[in-house]
Write a protein that binds this ligand. Structure first.
Ligand SMILES: [Mn+2]
Length: 195
């Protein structure tokens, strides 16, 4: 069963993440940060990874710790659910349009964390949400999920659309990468024999 539950508790946040890689994109995300929940819902829906994320963070300070720590816990949950990565496609890519926004993702479930983030959000806020936290989330996800993650914005005007296109693009690429390769389902997809 390619599932995992991760609980992570610090002085700043208390987080539980449940994922099922072989899900249907069902989600139940409650972090106390409205826009972030909206983005996490997109991530689940378009990756077809079931996600239940509950976070209680120090939102009286700001959203930073909560968003970053959800990225950490979700990355850990994905890595745990993937196990030795036997049989997966490993790579995924997606070019995703959303109105004015066009975002390209290419990722490798390599166990070599690396983030290339070439996304300019033109406003500092989306509602109450600090747009710089979008990058923080993907940095944490990449580091703790062991993901080589390239995200490039090719075009964009509206911050909400750009952020949402980024989440959807990563989601769609993740869907591809975690899928079982039916032509090679018993093997680890590396000539090294390990990932
Ligand atoms: Mn939206």
């Amino acid at each position: 069963m390619r599932q995992s539950t991760i609980s992570r508790s610090t002085a700043e946040t208390e987080i539980t993440v449940e994922v099922n890689l072989d899900g249907t994109g069902a989600y139940d995300n409650n972090t106390g940060v409205g826009f972030f929940d909206h983005m996490l819902d997109q991530l689940a829906r378009h990756s077809l990874i079931d996600m239940k994320i509950t976070a209680k963070g120090d939102l009286h300070i700001d959203d930073h710790h909560t968003v970053e720590d959800v990225g950490i816990a979700l990355g850990q949950a994905l890595a745990d659910a993937l196990g030795d990565k036997r049989g997966i496609r490993r790579y995924g890519a997606c070019l995703l349009p959303m109105d004015d926004a066009l975002v390209r993702t290419a990722l490798d479930l390599s166990a070599r964390p690396f983030l290339i983030w070439n996304v300019d959000l033109p406003t500092s806020k989306i509602g109450n949400f600090d747009t710089e936290l979008v990058r923080e989330f993907f940095q944490a996800l990449s580091t703790h999920g062991g993901i080589t993650l390239h995200v490039d914005m090719l075009h964009g005007i509206n911050s909400h659309h750009i952020a949402e296109a980024a989440f959807k693009s990563v989601a769609r690429a993740l869907r591809e990468a975690v899928e079982v390769d039916t032509r090679k389902s018993g093997d680890i997809p590396s000539t090294k024999g390990a990932l």
